[in-house]
Design a protein around this ligand. Sequence first.
Ligand SMILES: Nc1nc2c(ncn2[C@@H]2O[C@H](COP(=O)(O)OP(=O)(O)OP(=O)(O)O)[C@@H](O)[C@H]2O)c(=O)[nH]1
Ligand SMILES: [Mg+2]
Length: 591
Amino acid sequence: MEHLGQVLVEFERGLERLRSAVSSDPSLGDTLFSATETWTNLLTYKLVPHLAGEGCLVVAVTGGTNTGKSTIFNCLAGAAISPVTPTAAATRHPILAGNRSRAEQSLQAKLVPEFKPLPLKRPESALYDGPTDDTIYVAVADGLPDRLVLLDTPDIDSIEHRNWTVAEHIQAAGDVLVAVVTAEKYKDERVVEFFRRAHRSGRIILPVLNKANPQQKYAVARKQLDEFCEELELDGPRYVVPHDYSLATNFAGPVSELGNEGDLRTYLESLDVPSIKHRVLRQTIAHFATHAGNFLEQARALGQSLLSVQTEFEQRGKDYSRRYEPIPGAAVGGLFHTFVQSKRGPVRKVIGAASTTLYRVATTVAKSLVSAFVRRATLEPPEPSQTDAELRALHKQKVAAIVHDLATSYVESSRNLREPAAHLVRKGIISLKAEEAAAEVVREAVSSEVLSESFQTHAQQVLEVWWHDHKGKRRVMEALDALLAVTPTAIAAPLSFYSGGIGVTEAIAVAGPFVEQFVARIVEYQFGDAMFDFLSPWRLEQQQKLEHGLLEHITAPCLECLRDHVEVLTGPITQELMQCLHECQNAYRKY
Ligand SMILES: Nc1nc2c(ncn2[C@@H]2O[C@H](COP(=O)(O)OP(=O)(O)OP(=O)(O)O)[C@@H](O)[C@H]2O)c(=O)[nH]1
Ligand SMILES: [Mg+2]
């Protein structure tokens, strides 16, 4: 039970953390926390104060008119707190007595939240009608232990008459009811019925026969108490207060147990608070657990729906990056020549090192590669040949267009989203500095054409495999390379020999300025299908650079607010709350 109290305290703290975390967006906070007041109040004002720490037992002194309730209450409190008068129905409002901290709690409407608390400044106040029907007066009784607060109450008959709800609340407030009866009143059907109901709801009833005749060891009182207990099926201790006591000297005296040494106050302090609390609060805890469970489920579902928007937006950023078709420049084309060169015999290597034509040709080779690749992937016609600088300008344009399309698609989607996702995304879109963000993406995605090490390794492997598998074709490459190394005009002879006729016509046509196109076409033709494998990773690397830029500079800012709330609603705060609730249900079932 102490564990249950602790779990509830943690739940309450977690709930406050959740509340303050979602409060950065008031409309989301309102949606989530609307209609939670009843069970959250129950948690804060009833369950936590009663169950945290040792727990606190509320002992209500109840009974018929003028039976001596206020007298017994003062005896238990050890001080003349509640006015005792000979007038019937004198006590008009309940009075709560507790140590300083319990009194303070009560004044904050914790402990007995059913009532409106006021400090008891003058004891007589309780004898007159207070500002509202449900006023309770709170007094400090330093002698009371922390686990015990006492409640003096108006008599059963008149409260039921005056205000039915207040009567209900008085019944509900006490965990233990001290039933003060007298010889005249103990059979009163109304009184008996009141205690019967309380007993059924799990409350402990302790009968005190007041104004009793002590003769023959309280023989008469004993008989009357037996009858009363039988009627209510009570089997606990019974107490008596003699009619001949003197108020002036004995008001603080013990309320003795009949036939035993014990007294009521000692017995109250010995009670097993947790198990009584559990019995009494059983329904309250169950009510709380059901509603808290529904609430957490709702928070989780909301978090999931926001998360699905987040996932979809991020996926879209990724998809848009795949629209990017970069064209490789000189660096990629150069890889061929480096490779073919590496396969040369020693003599040609010397010649090759001196070749300047090589670099010039590289861009055209790469262009040719990609045009074949693009035709293959998209069936588009090849693009006209360009320099590296022109390529970069073209890439910047392409990337800027993709950024624009993505941002536009986010704006459009935000109109179709449901609340609260819609306004959370809108907030992000408004805060997006579109121009700057686009410039950042372009800068990141279109960087210098330095080939990554992994791509170079990959290219080397593809070429090796190809080289190994295509003995005939590679001779063309070798010849081509040799030819580039020497001079364009020397093309015709070796080529017609190695290519087995293919490209002979071109060879004849090729001279001087046409050498670049010629080489590119030969490479494209010879390399064939290997091109796709060769180029794919490079292309993917470029797209991933763009993806990273898009996600960081466009998607993330648009989703910033939404993501914060996904984190709150699906992250550790709600998970801890679910864990607490789970433990609370387990602890509750154990009793
Ligand atoms: N002789 C005698 N008088 C008692 C005893 N207990 C209470 N009284 C008197 O009975 C009267 C009513 O006592 P209270 O303690 O005010 O009774 P109550 O039940 O609080 O009364 P209400 O608040 O009016 O319902 C007072 O005059 C008390 O002095 C007792 O054991 N013996
Ligand atoms: Mg009274």
